[in-house]
Write a protein that binds this ligand. Structure first.
Ligand code: ZN
Length: 280
């Protein structure tokens, strides 16, 4: 039985397995560890967490020294796994909830990740081009926290992209991670990237609080988005990311990738003004 858990853990960390197979192992590991008595449970939990830490460290050590760290292929999958299973989560929630979290992540991967060859994903060149555009046009961007970026070669049924951040907000070393999946074909990965940039701007201007200040809400109130004021925090956060993305795209080289064709030009002009003000 014990040998069995050891094997499962090794299979989960085995790079030769694809991420969906690793998701299946993750569920098996969590279930097996849960079944054990106290000492054995602790022993294997520790072993698993240790390997997660080692994986995170090895990724950092291999990362380039450039403006941002970019992860592709297997490294991107490992970055994803080590981020969503970060041992800080264990320290915060404890073993019982962490085991449930492992099952949740495992199910999420096995149910949502679809391998797809016709990739509709942002290229590195395009991403660098957009970033240069942002750095050139928006001064404040230079003060923002560093970020890491992973391109996962799967379609995710639930998300085109995700971002994760860890630790207390500190612009120098806040851990900010973007994950980009292959995008469903009716939408542009350029818009998906700028939506994530919207979240990134938001977290930087609020220093991690993710509230929308009253002055900004007053401005948005005058547009077609007047109901945003009374929406819940999650909806506010998502809509605000889109508002910022629309503001960046309007009257820019990326205007044609804006999927919000029903939003008026007048509103988009207001959003552009807002972005200019926030990022001046
Ligand atoms: Zn979002």
């Amino acid at each position: 039985m014990e040998k069995n858990i050891e094997n499962l853990i090794n299979e989960f960390f085995n790079n030769n397995n694809d991420i969906v197979t690793r998701g299946k192992y993750l569920i098996l590991i969590a279930n097996k560890i849960s079944e054990q008595e106290f000492n054995i449970r602790n022993k294997y939990m520790k072993k698993f967490l240790n390997k997660i830490d080692l994986l995170s460290q090895s990724l950092i050590e291999n990362a380039s020294e450039e403006l941002m760290d970019i992860y592709l292929e297997k490294e991107a999958e490992n970055k994803y796994l080590s981020t969503v299973l970060n041992t800080d989560i264990y320290l915060t929630v404890g073993m019982f909830d962490y085991l449930n979290h492992m099952i949740f992540i495992g199910n999420n991967i096995t149910e949502n990740f679809i391998e797809q060859s016709n990739s509709n994903i942002l290229t590195l060149e395009k991403m660098n081009e957009i970033l240069n555009f942002l750095y050139e046009n928006y001064k404040k961007f230079h003060d923002f926290c560093p970020f890491e970026c992973s391109f996962i070669n799967y379609v995710n049924k639930s998300y085109n992209s995700l971002s994760y951040y860890f630790g207390k907000f500190n612009p120098e070393d806040y851990g900010y991670n973007f994950f980009f999946f292959n995008v469903k074909n009716d939408i542009s990965p350029i818009y998906v990237f700028l939506h994530e940039i919207g979240h990134y701007i938001h977290i930087n201007i609020t220093k991690g609080k993710l509230n929308i200040n009253k002055k900004i809400l007053e401005k948005i109130k005058k547009t077609g988005f007047s109901k945003l004021v009374s929406a819940n925090n999650d909806i506010q956060k998502e809509v605000f990311a889109d508002i910022l993305a629309m503001g960046i795209m309007y009257d820019s080289p990326y205007e044609e990738y804006d999927p919000f064709v029903d939003i008026t030009k007048e509103d988009k002009k207001e959003f552009k003004k807002l972005v200019n003000e926030i990022l001046k």
